[in-house]
Design a protein around this ligand. Structure first.
Ligand code: SAM
Ligand code: SF4
Length: 492
């Protein structure tokens, strides 16, 4: 398939990851990338439906593309991802100029569906209701990839989610939890390292329950033992007990194996669920030098009433005690979180409880969201308990103040210290500066003595701090990148 393509991603890292795979498939089929929609023969919109504004931005973008397609009818538009999974046929009804609609379980079919569209000359809609559990080759991480940043790789370790948080549409659009074989994950990281990737982020909706579906499957079989496991789960199985009592690997085992792949300097992961954060994970984070001192631990609410209504499976006290264990076990730990304000039925007292817990947690940063009703979720039906939007926005402003206070405090505490920074590229505000991330994921800006490629690790002395970033002075280059650069980026 000749021509140029562009992939636009809406939403989370899981979508960024899938977009890199769609790009990989299109390039394997002969297409070339472009950054401009105006130059593209194929435009892929990889969508999110976690909050309503994500829906709106898709339909806004489709509106713009309509006029382009009126002028260039050969332009092909693909809508992929969570919103496609949720809205299915209605996307093609609302936007008949779309050529292909594909869901979250068939990323691997992107090219075939485009070919089918050309053969049949009619809109192709393919939404599978679930991933074929036994066919692990269909894990998007196993597909060809074109990485946005050659030095950083995202690796899915599990798909879907078995929890039922009342606000969340993910289980409906991503399906039940399926763990990817241990050996396949490690092999993917080894291949990425051979390509020059030095930073790996392990992705899953509930990473600490990695492998739980295997236990459930094994329990369903009489006399099941570790021998019943797919061989690829056993590759490098340092985790198995001599007496066969451990039937599956834990997330901590994965951190240890991925963290010791030669060439990998940093391992991150997102997201752990507070109810499943195990001491073994904290121990592995503390012991494996490549695993970064950063924990993203979604709180969602500080009120026990709201946490129970959300079905989160922990209380505020339990959350704080797990956090205290993590801080005690991992020196220099940075902690970030997700919080929703205005969940149905949230009172002023509930909102005040969230402020208290957030202050006590002392976050380095937080993603804060106003509750957005999602069709088909339990909370989406609680219409009579919806919180007035202005009240929610006001609560959000107060929460932001609490978060900013603690993030400024922890950023100021870095002033005077040496930090290792992975260079991302030129600073958005000042092209004479470079921006990068520390192991704790803090954003740092500094002026390099000469141009440095993204992917370089440097030492920076921190000189000042704001709520969102640090400013520093370049000290030294620690290591230079070895990945191929697709689009040259200069700095200085
Ligand atoms: N699996 C992760 C966990 O359990 O924390 C969350 C994944 S979700 C893609 C990312 C974040 O979006 C959630 O942590 C939550 O704060 C937010 N979110 C999800 N549904 C939402 C909704 N209906 N309204 C507002 N925010 C929502
Ligand atoms: Fe959604 Fe809850 Fe699953 Fe996270 S754990 S993806 S919030 S259902």
């Amino acid at each position: 398939m000749a021509g140029k393509y562009v992939v636009r991603t809406f939403g989370c890292q899981m979508n960024e990851h899938d977009s890199e795979r769609i790009a990989g498939l299109l390039e394997a089929d002969g297409m070339e990338p472009t950054t401009e929609v105006a130059d593209a023969d194929v435009v892929v919109l990889n969508t999110c439906c976690i909050r309503e504004n994500a829906d709106n931005s898709l339909y806004g973008t489709l509106g713009h593309l309509k006029s382009l397609k009126d002028r260039r009818p050969e332009l092909e538009i693909v809508v992929a991802g969570c919103l496609a999974q949720k809205d299915q046929d209605s996307i093609a009804q609302r936007a008949p100029h779309v050529d292909v609609v594909m869901g979250t379980h068939n990323v691997h079919r992107a090219v075939e569906l485009l070919h089918e569209r050309r053969r049949t000359d009619s809109t192709v809609v393919e939404i599978l209701s679930e991933t074929v559990a036994e066919d692990h080759e269909l894990f998007p991480s196993a597909l060809p990839v074109v990485r946005q940043a050659g030095y950083a790789g995202w690796v899915t370790i599990q798909m879907g989610c078995d929890n039922s948080c009342a606000f969340c549409i993910v289980p409906a659009v991503r399906g039940p939890e399926i763990s990817r074989p241990f050996g396949d994950i490690v092999a993917e990281v080894e291949r990425a390292a051979a390509d020059g990737v030095t930073e790996i982020t392990l992705l899953g909706q509930n990473v600490n329950s990695y492998g739980r579906d295997l236990t459930l499957r094994l329990r369903g079989r009489e006399g099941a033992t570790t021998e019943s496991l797919d061989d690829r789960f056993l590759v490098g199985s340092a985790w198995t007990e001599a007496d066969g009592s451990r039937v599956r690997p834990l997330f901590a085992d994965l951190l240890r194996s991925v963290g010791s792949v030669p060439g990998i300097r940093r391992v991150r992961y997102t997201s752990p669920h507070p109810k499943d954060l195990r001491p073994e994970t904290i121990e592995a984070m503390a012991q494996v030098p490549t695993v970064c001192e950063h924990l993203h631990l979604p709180l969602q609410s500080g009120s026990d009433t709201i946490l129970a209504a959300m079905h989160r499976g922990y209380t505020a006290e339990r959350y704080l005690s797990r956090l205290a264990e993590a801080r005690a076990g991992i020196p220099d730990l940075a902690v970030t979180t997700d919080i929703i304000v205005g969940f149905p039925g949230e009172t002023d007292a509930d909102a005040a409880a969230t402020l208290e817990v957030a202050a006590e947690a002392g976050y380095d940063g937080a993603f804060t969201f106003v509750y957005s009703p999602r069709p088909g979720t339990e909370a989406g039906e609680m219409t009579e308990r919806f919180v007035d939007h202005d009240v929610a926005v006001d609560r959000m402003a107060r929460l932001r103040q609490v978060i900013e206070r603690s993030s400024l405090r922890s950023n100021e505490a870095r002033v005077g210290r040496l930090d290792e920074v992975l260079v991302l590229g030129p600073s958005k505000r000042d092209p004479n500066r470079l921006s990068g991330r520390t192991r704790q994921n803090r954003l740092v800006h500094f002026t390099p003595p000469s141009p440095l490629r993204p992917g370089t690790y440097v030492q920076v002395q921190v000189t000042s701090a704001t709520t969102t970033s640090l400013l520093g002075e370049f000290v030294d280059v620690v290591s230079t990148p070895s990945h191929r650069t697709r689009i040259p980026v200069t700095a200085g």
